[in-house]
Design a protein. Structure first.
Length: 294
């Protein structure tokens, strides 16, 4: 993506309406499925409005079960989940949709309409937006994900990466204070990943909370300030990205490999934690200048 295209994506993403923040509170959360499998074992988690939080861990760690409690798709077996002043136990999925927008890992589980615009407009309509607000929300969301020119296309005529962005647009258009992204970079090329990173930045600038499940550790450390590591239904580490990715024991327990640049930095014997390529180059220059080798 060119610098000009990057600027357009950032500008369009920032046009999304600002909404007030809502706190997430998870206390003593246990969830056992009807099969008898216990997916969560006493999870505690507090997320302040406007935070950007990534949840990582191997498949089966409980990540998706945890975030699906936020919009009521899954209900606690024990404990409580609160979205602001609402307990999810006493609210329907339709009610929670006013506060939590959820982007599925597989966009085909979310997309159903005959045109991209109709699919993205479904949420605003059901949340009671008036006609003009809904129209503007759809237009802004499609512009943010780079699909304004595909508004009248059938979603299933698009590529997987484009369908994923349709699903993201559908949630952006709902203008919820909390946005949950399940594997947002799936199927995306470098330009798509940068576009999604720009959307995350814009949402946080607006005071919205972004919670993401991801196996992309490079995307994680570059775009999320706080990281939660999960394994076997429990939180094994929770804190600033640099701190968490330095916790070797927690990462090993969760079968999580640190981001690529961090692995290189450790191989070179550096003590710092470069979060992106620029930080890595700065640290490389510093070490060369000090005569400490590569």
């Amino acid at each position: 993506m060119s610098e000009r295209a990057d600027a357009r994506a950032a500008e369009s993403a920032s046009a999304l309406s600002t909404v007030g923040g809502v706190e997430i509170s998870v206390r003593g959360l246990v969830h056992t499925y009807p099969s008898g499998v216990t997916a969560l074992r006493g999870v505690d988690l507090e997320v302040a409005p406007g935070e950007r939080l990534a949840i990582v861990g191997q498949n089966g760690a409980g990540k998706t079960t945890l975030v699906r409690h936020l919009n009521g798709m899954v209900r606690p077996s024990e404990g409580e989940v609160r979205i602001g002043d609402w307990s999810t136990t006493g609210k329907s999925i339709a009610e929670l949709a006013h506060r939590v927008g959820y982007v599925f890992q597989n966009p085909d589980e979310q997309i159903f309409a005959r045109t991209v615009a109709a699919d993205v407009g479904f949420g605003p309509k059901n949340l009671g937006f008036d006609e003009e607000r809904a129209r503007r929300a759809v237009a802004d969301a499609l512009e943010a994900v780079g699909l304004a020119h595909e508004a009248d296309v059938h979603p299933h005529h698009l590529s997987l990466s484009e369908r994923k962005r349709v699903a993201i647009a559908a949630v952006l258009a709902m203008q919820t204070p909390i946005v949950v992204l399940d594997e947002p970079t799936t199927g995306q090329d470098d330009a798509g990943v940068r576009l999604i990173a720009g959307i995350v930045d814009s949402l946080v600038e607006q005071g919205r909370t972004v919670v993401a499940i991801t196996h992309d550790m490079d995307f994680c450390i570059e775009n999320f300030d706080r990281v939660v590591v999960m394994a076997q239904g429990e939180v094994r580490a929770d804190g600033p990205a640099e701190q968490v990715f330095a916790d070797v024991d927690a990462l090993e327990a969760a079968a999580v490999e640190p981001p690529q640049l961090l692995r290189v930095a450790r191989a070179l014997g550096w003590s710092g934690t470069p979060r992106d390529a620029r930080a890595f180059v700065d640290q490389l220059t510093e070490h060369r200048g000090s005569g400490s080798g590569a």
